[in-house]
Design a binder for this molecule. Sequence first.
Ligand code: C2O
Ligand code: CU
Ligand code: CU
Length: 481
Amino acid sequence: MATALGALAIAGCGPTQTALDVEQPEGWADDLALAEVKDLNPDPDVVEVELEARITELEILPGKKTPVWTYNGSLPGPLIRAKVGDRIIVHFKNSLPEATSIHWHGMRLPNNMDGVPGLTQDPIAPGGEFVYDFVAKDAGTFWYHPHIHSAAQVGWGLYGPLVVEDPADPEVFGDELVLVLSDIALDDEGRFLPEDSGGEFGDLFGREGNVLLVNGKVRPTLKVRQGKQQRWRVINAARARYYTLRLPNHTFVKLGGDNGLAERSQEVARIVLVPGERADFVFTPSDPPGSRTFMQWIPTERGFGSLFNRPREDMLEIVTVDEDPVIPEPIPVELRKIERIDVSNAKELTLDLTIETQSMQHRKEVVMGINGIPYWNSKPMEVRLGETHIWNVVNDTAFAHPFHLHGYFFQVLDENRIPEWKDTVDVPAESSLRIAVRFDERPGMWMYHCHILDHADSGMMGHIWVADEGETHPPHVELIH
Ligand code: C2O
Ligand code: CU
Ligand code: CU
């Protein structure tokens, strides 16, 4: 291959420069720019910022105002960027009309920083403040969102990206672009649709917004140069929507998932992300100069009726600038050694994701749970610090559920997957999978739940008590949802 390209170059008809020789086109990602937040701390190893949750009118539909629930007035909330090992301090103020909290999805942080009201902290009342303070132990693509009245609050706009860089990552991955995928439910006037729209079926299916957003915008534009690679960090921050993304004539190289690089890179035809999940990809633009195309959202099978009558939708416009193509850099295959969790002494248990329809006096109510028990009636699963578990996550329901665990990374026990660290994984309808997790540190009360937030709010959540040495009684908790 290298020889063939070399010969072309000599003949004067092929690209001569490589991806690393040139810059991205001018203003390439301007339309996708994320809000930034000022680092108030001069120490290069401390990121100290202020976040305020407040309602801000933003223009999402042309000419219409939407009262978005935001962090610091932007949708998504500002990008918090740190490098592995940094201390992150967030001075948070709640200027919303109701209680909230911030959960740092995917971060392995001390239990009292996990942002789960009733379990790890008190709800932060309107006007209240809280200081989150933790160390970014792991490199990866993370995000933050509230953990109370979550389906509604996330649906109204409360989510933001958190990137923890590894300075050792090779330059050939390309210039970084953070893509926060979400959706929002608006009427023609830009007003929010009712939070209980669709009633019981809305709970069952999970409410998807009717307007697709990339970094808070409808169909933004990205400028690329043929052959000049980009590293995409993609986050699914939608409360229920699954994303399958396709770009005609392109494949992507997947570098890793929720918690940093996977063991090997892998060429994939599509980008698939379930709610809460993240992944990093190298995108190599291969359309000729002057082309214009769209990355499309493709309906994803997530159970009962999820594909029915649903068209593809354009999400992101890709414009290839009129500059000479360059030769892409080869992406390494071996990325990182992922040590397998030793499961020889693991405790095995089954978590059955359940849905029941109860007849109330005048209506039916959907109650979801784990092993038939909704969160508000559940007892904590007791774990001793240092234990390793295998969880058999069973889904006999007609809907897919993205399973998420707080505080610890897990490995999916499946020979056919490239080894990587995960905190969120899809469990398709009528299927099951096994995950291994080691509760090696940071005792406390931790959540696990379905990340279709309507399902979580309907009861499909549980909690575990990782007991410290010598601890015999679980701390008192309140199961708020
Ligand atoms: Cu992304 Cu329990 O959360
Ligand atoms: Cu989480
Ligand atoms: Cu679910």
